[in-house]
Write a protein that binds this ligand. Structure first.
Ligand SMILES: Cc1cc2nc3c(=O)[nH]c(=O)nc-3n(C[C@H](O)[C@H](O)[C@H](O)COP(=O)(O)OP(=O)(O)OC[C@H]3O[C@@H](n4cnc5c(N)ncnc54)[C@H](O)[C@@H]3O)c2cc1C
Ligand code: SF4
Length: 480
């Protein structure tokens, strides 16, 4: 039965779900990929070669049971496929949408290596779980029998939400603190709707709320309570605060009106999508409409900014990046999407100054060329004597990446151990920080990374916290 449905990669071509045309998607923030209908999803799943050692699974940070749920999908057993996919992930439909599959599961699919084109794993994963939501197969989270112990989670991004879900399942009282007014972290306020529509995130948060996880939204640890205050309230703490300090670009004119930080721009846009009042958007400061926009950077944040600017009705959108296309960190898939939508990439170019006085009107650009590889293995850019030139710009968006905030100072706990980059240090086995009963996970430990790694970290840390809390409870019983 299984063999009849599978191994169809030789005569069945790879086929991703259709994308809406660039014209259709230029005016809205809806996702650009259509959903598979049932039949094509089953057909595409049936292309899997059912490898004995599935490299897709090995290279998926969650080690999802990919060949197994592909087989179940190909056999039309969608509910079982969903249950298996759900067993290793708290957010399969989100990973299916925004994982860089070309670098993870699909990039390591064996039939990709044979030239037949990878199984469209991410699109099938999204299809399975979306179908599960529509059919009511996504069960409510059932809290375990109460243990009388409580956990405080700082940060409601994918790492914090994942840990909260598993810990609630183990029977802990779980409180999640987040300084934003909505949970979800970068899923909610960073990543634009055209990659991940917000109701998809909000229904996950709602499921956790219904299960009794208490969310303290608009609660900034450091301002509204110190870390020590929370340690008094809870038996264990998880720090899952992500990384939010934008990398600086110290250039003449950098403080001019119209030179803005990427996350400010993206948060404002996402808030408008929720229907919030956003004065800095309404007064034009964070709105690209009618403007010549220059985005500086070559990572995924820069890609999200250029594509957001297009949808806001920018007059022109340029992306300046100091290396070339082959050496950029952002996903090639996103570059292709951006180009289709009308973004102009200006490779081998770096900003020198932001000119025009109080309000920026142009960017002076220096041509670059690639020298020898640097420590990251990518060829390092160096100035090209070919010279400087200027481009018009009424909005410049700086998207150079993010570092960790100074948490020991913010949390008033100088004894919290951090690396020289400010990321929180944890014991490799217990995932505990230098503070007893305080754990950490996600970007604040790894540095800026991926949603799927944050989920993996949340899963791992929930397991080590559970173990530690059980020991704590046992010791308390012995002492009593
Ligand atoms: C613009 C952008 C686009 C991205 N696109 C992708 C993508 O397409 N695919 C992908 O896999 N990854 C993407 N990423 C990376 C991904 O979003 C992160 O790796 C992931 O969200 C990290 O999860 P986290 O839970 O560690 O932190 P976050 O998602 O950052 O969540 C941390 C939470 O902690 C809260 N917090 C911080 N400090 C405090 C405090 N003092 N008190 C209370 N709460 C606090 C924050 O408000 C936030 O809600 C993108 C990142 C950005 C910036
Ligand atoms: S979680 Fe990401 S890497 Fe893993 S199977 Fe899904 S899309 Fe691929």
């Amino acid at each position: 039965m299984a063999n009849d449905s599978m191994l169809k990669f030789v005569d069945r071509e790879q086929s991703y779900p259709d994308k809406r045309t660039a014209d259709e998607r230029a005016d809205d923030f809806r996702e650009i990929a259509q959903r598979y209908a049932v039949e094509p999803a089953e057909e595409q799943a049936g292309r899997c070669s059912q490898c004995g050692v599935p490299y897709c699974s090995v290279h998926c940070p969650l080690h999802n049971h990919i060949p197994d749920w592909l087989r179940l999908t190909a056999e039309g057993r969608l509910r079982e496929a969903y249950e298996l996919s759900n067993a290793t992930s708290t957010m399969p439909e989100i990973c299916g949408r925004i994982c860089p599959q070309d670098r993870l599961c699909e990039g390591n699919c064996v039939i990709e290596f044979t030239g037949h084109g990878a199984v469209t794993i991410g699109s099938v994963e999204k299809f399975i779980t979306d179908t599960a939501w529509e059919n009511g197969w996504v069960e409510p989270l059932v809290p375990g029998k109460s243990r009388g112990q409580s956990v405080g989670v700082i940060g409601a991004g994918p790492a914090g939400l994942t840990a909260a879900e598993y810990l609630r399942g183990h029977g802990y009282d779980v409180h999640v603190y987040d300084r934003y007014d909505r949970a979800g972290g970068l899923l909610t306020y960073g990543i634009p709707g055209f990659k991940l529509e917000k109701p998809i995130v909000m229904r996950r948060v709602e499921r956790l709320k219904v299960a009794g996880i208490v969310f303290h939204e608009g609660f900034a640890v450091g301002d509204d309570a110190s870390l020590d205050d929370l340690r008094q309230r809870h038996d264990a703490i998880l720090i899952a605060t992500g990384v939010y300090k934008a990398r600086a670009m110290d250039l003449p004119g950098g403080g001019s009106n119209g030179v803005v930080a990427a996350l400010d721009f993206l948060v404002a846009s996402n808030r408008k999508g929720f229907g919030d009042a956003v004065p800095a958007f309404d007064d034009g400061s964070l709105n690209a409409e009618g403007k010549d926009v220059v985005v500086i950077g070559g990572g995924d944040t820069a890609m999200d900014c250029v594509r957001t600017a297009i949808r806001q009705g920018a007059k022109s959108v340029k992306c300046l990046y100091r290396r070339d296309r082959a050496n950029m960190p952002g996903s090639q898939r996103e570059v292709a999407n951006a180009e289709e939508e009308g973004v102009e990439f200006v490779w081998l170019s770096g900003p020198q100054s932001f000119d025009g006085g109080d309000t920026v009107s142009s960017v002076k650009v220096r041509k670059m060329r690639l020298g020898a590889p640097d420590a990251s293995g990518r060829r390092a850019p160096e100035p090209d004597p070919a010279g400087d030139y200027s481009v018009n710009a009424d909005l410049v968006i700086k998207a150079l990446g993010f570092d960790a905030e100074d948490l020991p100072t913010l949390f008033a706990t100088p004894e919290l151990g951090v690396s020289r980059w400010g990321t929180v240090l944890v014991d490799g086995k217990t995932l505990m920080t230098s503070l007893d009963g305080v754990f950490a996970a996600g970007d604040i430990v790894r540095g800026a990374s991926l949603v799927v790694w944050a989920i993996r970290d949340g899963r791992d840390v929930a397991a080590t916290m559970h173990k530690w809390l059980k020991t704590k409870a046992a010791n308390a019983r012995i002492a009593a």
